[in-house]
Ligand binder design. Structure first.
Ligand code: NAG
Ligand code: NAG
Ligand code: NAG
Length: 165
């Protein structure tokens, strides 16, 4: 009973222990996120990057998952229908304020739509698990041009994810 309580206590405290101090949660205009790199939300809760659902597959998907939960719980997938073949995928914020995934040949395989064009678009992974594109120069930080919460990909996994909150 004592050790059980200790385990519970550890589980509960875990998310608060590992808060990355030098983590980056944004992707600026023309910056790219290569396969193998990730961005992490400011509180260390969520991570965004390319992953494969199983190690034998060459298919790579851009997803958001809980950083401290094991096994990995993916809460959102960008290119569910069009995987990148191999690890040469790139995520980029273009000057049309679009979040775009390029495959190894430089072809666009997935892209968001922006509600308007801005000078300084930036993508940010929020600690709520929401991936947003916004104008870095906008005084209102919640004036999103696009947000992943408007495009849920798998509601069952979303519900599962909520159990961890
Ligand atoms: C971003 O890339 C585009 C296309 O390569 C280029 O025209 C534009 O000047 C770049 N903008 C910045 C701020 O680097
Ligand atoms: C993925 O790329 C490899 C070579 O890197 C190729 O052999 C394979 O056929 C490709 N798969 C698909 C589904 O295009
Ligand atoms: C983007 O907008 C165009 C034109 O409104 C539409 O045809 C397309 O389906 C949209 N793409 C996404 C990913 O929502």
């Amino acid at each position: 009973m004592k050790s059980f309580r200790r385990i519970c206590c550890f589980c509960f405290l875990l998310p608060h222990f590992i808060v990355p101090s030098d983590a980056i949660d944004t992707l600026a205009l023309n910056e790219t996120l290569a396969d193998g790199k990730t961005i992490i939300s400011s509180g260390g809760t969520f991570e965004l990057g390319f992953y494969s659902p199983d190690t034998s597959s060459k298919n790579r998907y851009l997803g958001i998952w809980y950083k401290q939960v094991s096994p990995v719980v993916v809460v959102w997938i960008a290119n569910r229908d069009v995987p990148v073949n191999g690890t040469n995928g790139l995520l980029k914020v273009t000057d049309q304020a679009k979040l775009t995934i390029f495959n190894g040949e430089g072809t666009t395989i997935w892209s968001t739509n922006s509600t308007r064009l801005v000078q300084k678009p930036v993508a940010q992974l929020l600690d709520s698990g929401n991936l947003v594109v916004k104008d870095a120069a906008d005084a209102n930080p919640e004036n999103y041009l696009w947000q992943s919460f408007d495009h849920p990909t798998d509601t069952i996994i979303y519900c599962l994810g909520l159990c961890f909150l």
